[in-house]
Write a protein that binds this ligand. Structure first.
Ligand code: NDP
Ligand SMILES: O=C1OC[C@@H](O)[C@H](O)[C@H]1O
Length: 254
């Protein structure tokens, strides 16, 4: 069932990309600044149904959607390293590149930022971006813990700037269809839920997902299982979960 729904989403995206080629940009289009040259920014380029990135996400988390939307432009990219930023800008057609995140945030032309740093740095950079007067689209998981999350939401309310977690699956037609089916009662009521998510065994040593001090770890990375359960059950304010950790030996592929 999940595979069918996912195929439906991918098929629709593929069709849309043919039906709606890159539009003219609106002169007042919002200017996007991206903090970091993470692989997820461009695990992207043009979507094709046969090309998935190593995390299993489909192409186009930010580069392609912005490039093909009339009201947003790829304005600036920042990296901790200037030459990395410059080559990323040239490859993906950003107008500007910066050798530090601070420099991008100081650019008054930037309207909003997408933050794709490691999890443990989400709070710091989202906080600095709000202080700099930018709207923020923040990669998942939102922050490293509830205290940071509450402080960030508070800051966004005070600044009047939009702060949003980049959980794109919530906007996929497949997710909506799935919840409509549940809500219809056609298959009866929900008695219990089990959510599991698996990822490629090829996450290399040294990847941010293995680093505790960068808020790595499976529960932080595979937050989809929890967020989808909450979504499916309309349980936005569910406060308590129980969880079991099942450690398995790492496997390698030859
Ligand atoms: N929404 C989705 O579908 C997905 C979301 N994600 C989320 O996106 C974020 C990035 O993941 P991913 O693309 O795999 O990450 P990467 O390891 O590819 O990139 C992280 C980037 O953060 C910057 N960075 C800043 N400080 C550090 C540091 N101390 N160590 C390492 N990198 C640093 C680097 O950019 P630079 O050198 O340019 O400064 C680096 O390229 C995570 O929060 C992850 O959970 C990931 C995959 C899918
Ligand atoms: O957000 C993500 O989506 C797909 C996963 O495989 C990946 O590890 C994670 O960061």
């Amino acid at each position: 069932m999940a595979l069918l729904l996912q195929s439906y989403t991918f098929g629709k995206q593929y069709l849309d990309s043919w039906l709606h080629p890159a539009p003219q940009k609106n002169p007042n289009a919002l200017k996007l600044g991206v903090l970091s040259t993470a692989q997820i920014n461009s695990a992207a380029g043009k979507f094709t149904p046969f090309h998935c990135d190593t995390t299993g996400a489909n192409e186009g988390i930010v580069i392609d959607p912005v490039a093909t939307h009339p009201d947003v432009v790829l304005y600036a990219i920042a990296s901790r390293d200037e030459s990395t930023a410059a080559s990323f800008a040239s490859k993906y057609h950003f107008q500007k590149s910066y050798g530090s995140y601070e420099a991008l945030l100081a650019d008054p032309e930037v309207d909003f930022v997408y933050i794709s740093t490691p999890n443990g740095l989400h709070f710091e950079w989202a906080s600095k971006a709000l202080d700099a007067g930018k709207h923020v689209l923040l990669e998942k998981p939102f922050t490293s813990n509830a205290i940071e999350a509450e402080a960030l939401v508070q800051k966004s309310k005070q600044s009047g700037k939009i702060l949003m977690e980049a959980f794109h699956w919530q906007f996929h037609p497949a997710a909506h269809l799935f919840r409509e089916l549940l809500d219809s009662g056609e298959y009866g009521g929900i008695l219990r839920t089990d959510a599991a998510m698996t990822t490629t065994p090829a996450v290399p040593p040294g990847d941010i997902r293995w680093q505790f001090d960068l808020a790595g770890g499976s529960l932080m990375d595979m937050t989809y299982a929890i967020s989808f359960t909450r979504y499916a059950l309309h349980a936005r304010h569910l406060r308590r979960f129980s969880a079991q950790l099942q450690a398995r030996p790492r496997t390698t592929r030859g």
